[in-house]
Design a binder for this molecule. Structure first.
Ligand SMILES: [Zn+2]
Length: 103
């Protein structure tokens, strides 16, 4: 049996996300269909908002909504120290240790 076009489109979009298989994509699509309209709108808006506002820090390539990220614009940080990580997600792990005070 084929899904109606709007469901198929939603399943296809979820399937393109990393780590989401076809079955999970179907489950998520049906979850969205059952959502309250306001909640679905909030979800869609969060995606659009992130795409509109989030970009890379011009100094360190961390994610930010400003030209410099929170770390680069923090005057209490030591700019002589620099920790290099592979992705912004790795940076969160270093920051959560609360042991590092450089840029
Ligand atoms: Zn930065």
């Amino acid at each position: 049996m084929r899904y109606i076009p709007a469901i198929t489109k939603l399943i296809d979009e979820f399937s393109r996300l990393p780590g989401i298989g076809r079955k999970t994509a179907q489950r998520l699509a049906f979850y969205i269909v059952d959502m309250e309209p306001a909640r679905a709108h909030q979800f869609a808006e969060a995606i659009l908002d992130a795409k509109r506002k989030v970009h890379y820090c011009e100094r360190c390539f961390n994610l930010t909504e400003e030209s410099l990220c929170d770390i680069c614009s923090d005057p209490k940080r030591d700019p002589a120290l620099m920790c290099v990580v592979e992705t912004p997600r790795d940076l969160i792990a270093v920051e959560n240790t609360k042991e590092y005070n450089g840029d």
